[in-house]
Design a protein around this ligand. Sequence first.
Ligand code: IMP
Length: 422
Amino acid sequence: MPTTCVVGILWGDEGKGKVIDYLAADTDFVVRFGGGHNAGHTLVLPSGKLVLHLVPSGIVHAHTVNVIGNGVVVDPIHLVGEIDKLRQRGLRVELGQNLLLSERAHVILEAHRQQDHWHEQLRGSGKIGTTGRGIGPAYADRCSRIGLRLGDLLRPERLRSGLAAMVQQKNAWFGPSGLPPLDLEVMYRDLLAAGEKLRPGIVDAGAVLRRAHAAGQRILIEGAQGCLLDVEQGTYPFVTSSHASTGGAFSGTGLPPHAMRTVGIAKAYATRVGEGPFPTELKDELGNRLRIAGNEFGSTTGRPRRCGWFDSVAVRYSGAVSGVTELVLTNLDVLRGFPLRIAVAYRLPDGRTTTELPAFDLDQCVPEYVDLPGFTEDLQQVRQFAALPQNAQRYVQAIEQHTGLPVRTVSVGPGRDQVIVR
Ligand code: IMP
């Protein structure tokens, strides 16, 4: 199937960047469909580490066209800066050539960033732990139909009238709420300037992709965040504001839903950044050890990630809602020297047991586990499944058994070549 969609199976940070980098070698297009610069995809290249926030991971391959789809929210100032940084690293980034931006993608403004912080402060102890990038407020404006799209930045009259409507609405409450009132003229000038810089890249990206799809070109759709951060399917309200599971790949690119293969990226253990329920979380010294062994610190915000056991209840759920047919298991090498456990069911607050992910009271569910023997060998040089230590093989097989999904690829280190394909 020429179109493959790659999604994170839990709360993001599953190592999608590396997997997409690996798959992009055989791909014509790499497409982002949702989220914004809240994402952080880390690639370890021969030239060193590279963290991408908005630009799709295919940018490091000379032959791929990279597309920021209509479902993404774009901070134009951030994007211009990210492109500059990539060029400084010696990468070719040519708008309109190897980087296309959907004219339908909505714009994140400084005002959205301020709103994001303001909302978080008001939530107090119920805060979500957002990345503070203005993602939620930008999507909220899209739904309220006062958002601006990238194509507006190229149309001065539309931009001015759209901005005027937005400024009027926001200033009605910004001042009284202690947020600095918006200055229409300054925003208009800055957005026009950003639009000029991005102009060659702003196109009808959906039409480009549909033509490519019809011509049989290979398209890789790059999910951001993870299925459990999906605004509808995830652990609401502790979610992001976009459709991070496969559903968002159709509405967020303009590609049709048929003929798409979906691959789920799962870490060999579980992590989460920010607030929200996490049934298999390790709040003890073992969790600290795992954080250090896996270098589990956010690539966008640097925050320590919460760590826990592999959760097959959550993975099965996300796989089902996203139409995942296979898993890529990342970071298996990190579990060297750790005991191995897999959650296979939850005990609900009323005493019943379930293997379905509940929509409510997830924080009160107690996981039921199976324990497996660990391994002490270094896996980073292993390239054949049969050459893995027996206990590592058994762990992967147990994950397949409890999730019902085949693990076709195992990653055993951050480098491009540290992959086992079965
Ligand atoms: P927001 O997307 O900034 O609104 O944050 C909402 C939630 O999603 C917070 O818990 C964030 O930590 C989380 N989040 C957003 N983007 C990512 C990501 O790329 N990886 C992991 N967590 C993320």
